[in-house]
Design a protein around this ligand. Structure first.
Ligand code: MIC
Ligand code: SF4
Length: 755
C-alpha cells in the first residue's frame, strides 16, 4: 500500500532536531502547530523565527491527497509541469462524482456508466505519475486518509477544504487549490503565510447527548464563518484527551467552516488506539518514542493566553446538543424550545423530511454505532420514524465492519437508504427531485458540515440543519426540528408515551476493523509507458491552454457583477450537476457566478451588460465582454470565496476574461487560487467603498505598473454620469506571487523555471 513507514521514520528523525532548534531560536515554549510547522520548513533546520500572520514561509509537506472533482484540474495542470513522477506520496480518491439516488449498488453502477471517462483518466494519470488510486466506492477522501495515511506530527495538503480532517490524528493538514498541490507534487516548496494560533481549551467531559460535533458547532457560533481565517486552531485540555480520535477528526473537519487554515490536537492515547485499530502498530510505536514532540510544550497548555493569539474555553460538561443552520454553518440553536421560537419567527419548517448521516465529517464507526443505538430504540419502543433516513458510510472499511456488526441493518429496518461510500447528498449529488428549482419549502437535518442554499439537493427552499449523527437520528425519528430528546416524549404505535435513552456506542469496533476489498490500486513502478488519453471531442475533459498575462495596463474595465451578501465558492462555481465538467474549463465556465446575488436587483444570474444595456445571464454577459476584448471586474462582500477549495471558482472568471476581484475580505484558499491563476484579488481599503460601486461603472487601474508587495493600488472608478471616485485597494501579494501575475499564472512560472 502507498503507506510508507520509512517516510514517517524519516520525518520523525528530523522532528526532534528541528523542534529543539525552533525552541532555541524563538526563545519560547512551542505550541503543537508551531512544532509541526517548524519541522516542515523547506529550508530544513530553522534558522529564524517567523512572525505569525505576516511572514510567507516555504514548507515541505509530507503528502498530497486529491479527490476526483478537484484532481482533474490539479492533474491536468501537473501534466503540464513536465515531471515524470510525483515528488511526494500522493493519492487520488473517487468520491464526489457518485450520485445518491436509489442506494449503493445501483448508484455506484450509474456513476461508473456516466463518469467512466473521468475515472479512467484519473486512474491512468495516477498510474503514470506514481499516485495511489482509490476507486469509486472505496470511500470519502478524508475518512480514507484518516484510516490509512494521517500520522501525528505530519504535514499534508489536499485539494479539498476538508483535508483539515486529518488534524484528528495530530497532523497539520491543509486544504488547497490544485495549483498548490502541483507545486508539491512537482517537488517544489509550498508557500503559506505563517498562521496565527487560536487555542481552544476543552474542560469537563462529553456525556449523554452531547458529541464532538457540538464542540465545533459551538466554536462556529463563537468564531463565525470567518473567525478562523489565517489561523490554526489547536485544541487541548482534559476534554480533548477524553475524546475519540475520530471525534477529534469531526472537530477539525468543520474547522473549514470557520475559515481556519487547519485545526489540530496533540498526540494522545485516543490516537494511539486508533492507529493500532487501523493496522498501524508501527506508526504508534514510532510516535510513542517522540511523544513530547507531538504535542505542545507543557508551559503552553498551562498558560495558553501567553502563547496563543486568542484563547477560547469550552466546558464540555455544560455543552448541550446544537443544531446549526439553515443556510450557514455558524447559526447555532439549542435543541428544544429555542428552536421552536426561532423557527416560528423565521418561517423555518418545523417538520423534518430527511435525516442524513455520514459525509467526511461524521461517518466513523463510532458515529454510526451511536446513531444506530438511537435507531434501535425506535424499533424496540415501537416508534414509527417520521422522516426518511439516508446513510453515507465514510469508507468501505467502515461500511464492511458496520455491516458485519449489524449496525447498518438497524437503519435498514427503518427503511433507510444506504448510499455509496461517497459524498452524495453532501455535495448536491442527491437526486432528490425531478425539478429542484421548483421544489417545495422543507427542512432536513444532517451530520455533514456545509448547509449553504441548494447545497444538498439543488432546492433553494431546503432548510438544512447540521447536527451530530445521534441527534440527526433522534430528530428524524421524531420528525420535528424542535424535538429535544433530553425532555420530550414521543407517542409510539400503541399510543404510549416513550422517551429515547441517551446514545451509546463504541469508539472502535470491539471485533476490530475488517474489509474484503478496500478499493485501492497501487501505481506501477515505472509509468513512463502509460498512455494518458484525452479525447479532443470530450465534453468532460479538456487539456489546458496556458493563460496569457493580464499585464499592467488595465483601463476601461467594466463591472461584471457586484455580489450581494454571502458569496461562497458554491455561488461562484456551483457543484451538483456541474461536477461533471470539473475537467473541462470551457464547459464548466458556463456556471461562472450563476449563484451570486446581483446587488442591484437581488436576483441571481441576471446582470446588466454595459455593451447592450440589456440584462442576461452572467456567463453569457461575460463571454460577450471577452469577445469584445473588454476586461471586467467582480466586486464582493466579506469572506468572498468561503467554503470549497475548488480552483474552478478562480479559473472560470480568469478563463472568461475577468481581471480583478475586489472585495471586503477573502477566504484564504480562494484568495490564493486567484493569485495562482495570475489574476488580481484585491480588498477595499475602506470597506464603505463597496457602496460607491454602481452598476454602470468603469474601472481604470492607475498604478498597476508599480505593483509591489505591501503597496496598495489605486483605482479610478468612473460612474455613468461621468463623475469619478478614486479608491485605494489592498493586496497580499508577495514578490513571488507578483511573478505569477506577471507570467500569467503560477504554472506558467513553473514551466519557465523547468524549461
Ligand atoms: C466541498 O465540500 O465543498 C467539496 C466539494 O468537497 C470541496 C471541493 C470541491 O469543490 O470539489 C471542498 O470542500 O474543497
Ligand atoms: Fe465530500 Fe461533503 Fe466531505 Fe466535501 S464536505 S469532501 S463533499 S463529504
Amino acid at each position: 500500500m502507498a503507506f510508507d513507514i520509512e517516510m514517517i521514520k524519516e520525518v520523525y528523525s528530523k522532528v526532534v532536531e528541528r523542534v529543539d532548534a525552533a525552541r532555541e531560536i524563538t526563545g519560547t515554549p512551542l505550541t503543537l502547530a508551531e512544532k509541526i510547522l517548524y519541522s516542515h520548513l523547506w529550508d530544513g533546520t530553522p534558522t529564524k523565527a517567523f512572525r505569525r500572520g505576516k511572514d510567507y514561509v516555504d514548507f515541505a509537506p509530507d503528502r498530497v491527497a486529491c479527490q476526483d472533482a478537484t484532481a482533474q484540474m490539479a492533474l491536468l495542470q501537473f501534466m503540464q509541469a513536465g515531471k515524470p513522477k510525483v515528488a511526494v506520496p500522493t493519492t487520488v480518491h473517487c468520491d464526489h462524482l457518485i450520485q445518491a439516488k436509489n442506494g449503493a449498488s445501483s448508484d455506484l453502477q450509474s456513476a461508473l456508466n456516466t463518469s467512466n471517462e473521468v475515472f479512467n483518466f484519473l486512474e491512468s494519470v495516477s498510474n503514470k505519475y506514481g499516485i495511489g488510486f482509490w476507486k469509486p466506492g472505496a470511500g470519502i477522501i478524508h475518512q480514507v486518509v484518516l484510516e490509512n495515511y494521517a500520522f501525528p506530527g505530519g504535514m499534508m495538503i489536499g485539494t479539498d477544504s476538508h483535508t483539515v480532517n486529518a488534524g484528528g490524528l495530530g497532523m497539520v493538514a491543509i486544504g488547497v487549490g490544485g495549483a498548490d498541490a502541483v507545486d508539491v507534487m512537482a517537488g517544489m516548496a509550498w508557500e503559506l503565510k505563517f498562521p496565527k494560533l487560536i487555542g481552544v481549551k476543552l474542560t469537563g467531559k462529553l456525556s449523554g447527548w452531547t458529541a464532538p460535533k457540538d464542540v465545533i458547532l459551538k466554536v462556529a457560533e463563537i468564531l463565525t464563518v470567518k473567525g478562523g481565517t489565517g489561523a490554526i486552531v489547536e485544541y487541548f485540555g482534559p476534554g480533548a484527551t477524553a475524546m475519540s480520535c475520530t471525534g477529534k477528526g469531526t472537530i477539525c473537519n468543520m474547522g473549514a467552516e470557520i475559515g481556519a487554515t487547519t485545526s489540530t490536537f496533540g498526540y494522545d492515547e485516543s490516537m494511539e488506539r486508533y492507529l493500532r485499530a487501523t493496522d498501524r502498530e508501527d506508526v504508534a510505536d514510532e510516535a510513542n518514542k517522540i511523544k513530547e514532540y507531538l504535542t505542545a510544550d507543557p508551559e503552553v497548555y498551562a498558560n495558553p493566553e501567553q502563547y496563543f493569539d486568542q484563547v477560547i474555553e469550552i466546558n464540555l460538561s455544560e455543552l448541550g446538543p446544537l443544531l446549526n443552520g439553515p443556510f450557514t454553518p455558524d447559526l447555532s440553536t439549542e435543541v428544544g424550545s429555542d428552536m421552536t421560537k426561532k423557527a416560528n419567527d423565521n418561517g423555518w419548517p418545523l417538520k423534518v423530511e430527511w435525516g442524513l448521516i455520514g459525509s467526511c465529517t461524521n461517518s466513523s464507526y463510532e458515529d454510526l454505532s451511536r446513531a444506530s443505538s438511537i435507531a434501535q430504540q425506535a424499533l424496540d419502543k415501537g416508534l414509527k420514524t417520521k422522516a426518511e433516513f439516508g446513510i453515507n458510510p465514510g469508507s468501505e472499511q467502515v461500511r464492511y465492519t458496520a455491516e458485519r456488526d449489524g449496525i447498518l441493518q438497524v437503519f435498514e429496518k427503518l427503511d433507510a437508504t444506504i448510499f455509496t461510500n461517497a459524498c452524495g447528498p453532501c455535495i448536491g449529488q442527491w437526486a432528490r427531485y425531478e425539478d429542484p428549482k421548483n421544489a417545495p419549502k422543507n427542512s432536513i437535518v444532517h451530520s455533514f458540515n456545509r448547509n449553504f442554499a441548494k447545497r444538498a439537493d439543488g432546492n433553494p427552499n431546503t432548510h438544512a440543519f447540521v447536527a451530530s449523527p445521534e441527534l440527526v437520528a433522534a430528530i428524524a425519528i421524531a420528525g420535528r426540528l424542535d424535538f429535544n430528546p433530553l425532555t420530550d416524549k414521543l407517542i409510539n404505535e400503541n399510543g404510549e408515551e416513550v422517551m429515547l435513552d441517551e446514545p451509546t456506542g463504541w469508539e472502535l469496533p470491539p471485533k476490530g476493523f475488517e474489509v474484503k476489498e478496500n478499493g485501492y490500486i497501487e501505481p506501477v513502478k515505472d509509468g513512463s509507458n502509460v498512455d494518458v488519453a484525452v479525447d479532443p471531442n470530450s465534453d468532460r475533459l479538456e487539456l489546458l491552454t496556458p493563460f496569457e498575462p493580464i499585464g499592467n495596463e488595465i483601463k476601461g474595465a467594466k463591472l461584471l457583477i457586484k455580489a450581494y451578501g454571502k458569496c461562497t465558492t458554491d455561488h461562484i462555481s456551483m457543484a451538483g450537476p456541474w461536477l461533471r465538467y470539473r475537467g473541462h474549463l470551457d464547459n464548466i465556465s458556463n456556471n461562472c457566478l450563476i449563484g451570486a446575488v446581483n446587488a442591484y436587483n437581488k436576483q441571481t444570474n441576471f446582470v446588466k451588460s454595459q455593451i447592450t444595456g440589456e440584462y442576461d445571464a452572467v456567463p453569457a454577459t461575460q463571454r460577450a465582454y471577452k469577445a469584445a476584448g473588454i476586461p471586467t471586474v467582480v466586486v464582493g462582500d466579506h469572506n468572498y470565496g468561503e467554503g470549497s477549495s475548488r480552483e474552478h471558482a478562480a479559473m472560470e472568471p480568469r478563463h472568461l476574461g475577468v481581471v480583478a476581484v475586489i472585495v471586503k475580505s477573502f477566504a484564504r484558499i480562494h484568495e490564493t487560487n486567484l493569485k495562482k491563476q495570475g489574476m488580481l484579488g484585491l480588498t477595499f481599503d475602506n470597506e464603505a467603498d463597496y457602496d460607491l460601486i454602481q452598476e454602470d461603472d468603469t474601472f481604470n487601474f492607475l498604478d498597476l505598473h508599480e505593483f509591489a508587495p505591501d503597496k496598495p493600488l489605486t483605482i479610478e472608478v468612473v460612474h455613468a454620469d461621468g463623475s469619478k471616485d478614486t479608491i485605494k485597494v489592498n493586496h497580499t501579494y508577495n514578490a513571488n506571487q507578483i511573478e505569477w501575475y506577471n507570467e500569467g499564472s503560477a504554472l506558467n512560472l513553473i514551466k519557465k523555471q523547468n524549461a
